[in-house]
Write a protein that binds this ligand. Structure first.
Ligand code: GLY
Length: 553
């Protein structure tokens, strides 16, 4: 059956609008990455080529957030056949990994080993994803789509205040690895904003990827150097890990909220499931008619329950059985809803689990792309903590991730986001660690939206608030500005952005039994674009909390 949008596109083509006039919206965390996307579009690329260019450029100009040494998820929609798919480029545990690899003889968690240095690194997925995206969905060779990234790596770029702040945040870990310190510091000191960072070795690695495809990274000289460096650093990677790494095409999580179709990240990301479960719980409440406090209470209670199920049930479904269908069922949501009281918070201690630490999350990156035909990419990419494991594979320019910390190193113990993990997310050789990355598409009768954000465990709650704003008629500019709050079951409190609640509002929530914590900074870095299906107008917005760039051309 032909829908209105398809009909409109036919009209669009019949009136003689050529492919060259197909406008595109791109929002990313860095202006050079957004420009890289447009640069390859101008050379005849499509949105998938643009995605390759943006992802590779971010790996160079935002090395704190993502990189060739990391992974992520690309949600794709191809308008011509309505194909929708999630490219799973999540890192994998090395084959020599084992459940207790971060515990000492007494069973105590050796936290630092899962968070910095070579042992913290999973097998990277981003290089394989760039190759797959280009070969299967793109129109241009990697030699064209990687060109802007190679240029920025070789010529250098000016670092911003955010990059500088994140260096300060990770300084002790950076100083622990001389190669990383040489790359990121200026004679051992934190560089000033405006200083130029050149990465000639990373330019060489990207050039090999462009020339040889996956063999340019997972084999040959780059692989040899990475394996040697990891070995010297106490890590456990082998060539077999690199040989066996594969990107997987998965079905996104699909759901609905008040007439809006939602497509989001599937396992091994918890994002789509936790987002949809929260929305299923909230669907029965008249949120737009509620006052701020009542609304915050209900949303927090929904988050509490969905994040609880994350900790209890979610892990890599290629390794463990996850009751996805049940978690996403409306009956299950109705059952959870029955435990929500409008006047009272349910203490998390009444649900299974242990009280843990605080959520953080200044890491990761996101970009969103859409064209007027409705082709689109929503990609959230990560090396986990800022600058990953702070471990540079010598001679390659590749900073390795510390995503192994996203496994439950010790069941019931928090990771660096304060997220508690269950057995479903325990370490196993070759397994993908559970993620919170939530690249998402929304579609209403009128609009298609593409959005996502970095932010560790808070990613999903940021998406939830943005979806609710979309449902209320907001546009990309509004979603990226929504004041944020978060509840992740454990710790049992609502976290809210600096200045987000007055003293009276805090008292009103406390009277319902909520504990509250004001986060010292404003968090997240949402990148969002939207297509109006009737007018074909495009909009793009970049979070004011970051230094990104959103453009329509
Ligand atoms: N490393 C952050 C996440 O995947 O959720």
């Amino acid at each position: 059956m032909i829908n209105n949008f398809t009909r409109l596109l036919i009209v669009f083509w019949c009136v003689g609008v050529s492919a060259n006039e197909n406008k595109i919206a791109i929002a990313s965390a860095h202006s050079l990455a957004t420009q890289a996307g447009f640069e390859v579009i101008e050379q005849g690329g499509n949105v998938y080529d643009a995605a390759v260019a943006v992802a590779a450029a971010l790996a160079v100009v935002e090395p704190a957030g993502s990189g060739l040494g990391g992974g992520g998820f690309f949600l794709l929609h191809r308008a011509r056949d309505a194909k929708q798919v999630m490219l799973d480029a999540r890192e994998k545990a090395p084959l020599a990994a084992h459940r207790d690899m971060y515990l000492d003889g007494q069973g105590l968690w050796l936290k630092q080993k899962s968070q910095q240095g070579a042992l913290a690194a999973g097998i990277p997925g981003l290089p394989a994803a760039l190759v797959h995206l280009s070969e299967v969905y793109g129109q241009l060779p990697l030699s064209v789509s990687l060109k802007p990234a190679i240029r920025h790596a070789r010529a250098g770029f000016k670092i911003g205040a955010r990059h500088q702040r994140l260096i300060v945040y990770r300084l002790p870990a950076i100083l622990n690895n001389p190669a990383t310190a040489r790359m990121l510091l200026d004679n051992g000191e934190t560089p000033k904003a405006g200083a130029v960072l050149k990465q000639p070795e990373l330019a060489n690695t990207l050039s090999l990827l462009a020339e040889k495809g996956r063999a340019g990274f997972y084999a040959g000289v780059v692989a040899e150097k990475m394996l040697e460096s990891v070995k010297q650093g106490g890590g456990i990677w082998r060539q077999a890990d690199l040989d066996q790494y594969q990107v997987i095409e998965r079905q996104p999580v699909q759901g609905e909220y008040r007439g809006i179709k939602i497509s989001s990240a599937a396992l091994p990301s918890s994002g789509g499931i936790v987002l949809q479960q929260s929305l299923n719980i909230l669907a029965a409440y008249p949120l737009p008619e509620m006052g701020k406090i009542e609304r915050m209470h209900m949303i927090s209670e929904a988050m509490r329950r969905a994040y609880h199920d994350r900790a209890m049930y979610l892990g890599d479904a290629d390794f463990v059985e996850v009751p996805v269908e049940q978690l996403l069922s409306l009956d299950y949501a109705a059952g959870l809803r029955r435990s929500i009281r409008p006047d009272r918070a349910l203490p998390s201690a009444y649900l299974a689990g242990e009280l843990q630490n605080d959520a953080k999350g200044r890491n990761t990156t996101h970009f969103s792309i859409i064209d007027q035909q409705g082709n689109r990419v929503s990609a959230t990419l990560s090396i986990n903590s800022p600058f990953g494991a702070a471990f540079l594979a010598e001679g390659t320019g590749v900073l390795l991730n510390n995503e192994m910390d996203d496994f439950s190193s010790k069941v019931g113990t928090m990771n660096s986001y304060g997220l508690v993990g269950g057995v479903a997310n325990a370490i196993e050789p070759g397994k993908r660690m559970l993620s919170s990355m939530t690249p998402t598409f929304l579609e209403s009768d009128r609009h298609i939206a593409v959005l996502g954000t970095p932010g560790g465990s808070r990613i999903i709650s940021m998406l939830l608030l943005a979806v609710l704003d979309f449902a209320g008629g907001g546009d990309p500019n509004a979603w990226v500005q929504v004041p944020r709050f978060h509840h992740q079951f454990i710790p049992d409190r609502i976290q809210f952005e600096k200045g987000g609640l007055t003293v009276e509002e805090q008292s009103a929530l406390a009277a319902k039994g909520h504990q509250l914590k004001e986060v010292r900074y404003r968090y997240g870095n949402m990148q969002a674009v939207q297509l109006d299906k009737q007018t074909l107008q495009l909009k793009a917005a970049s979070d004011p909390r970051g230094e990104g760039a959103a453009l329509v051309r």
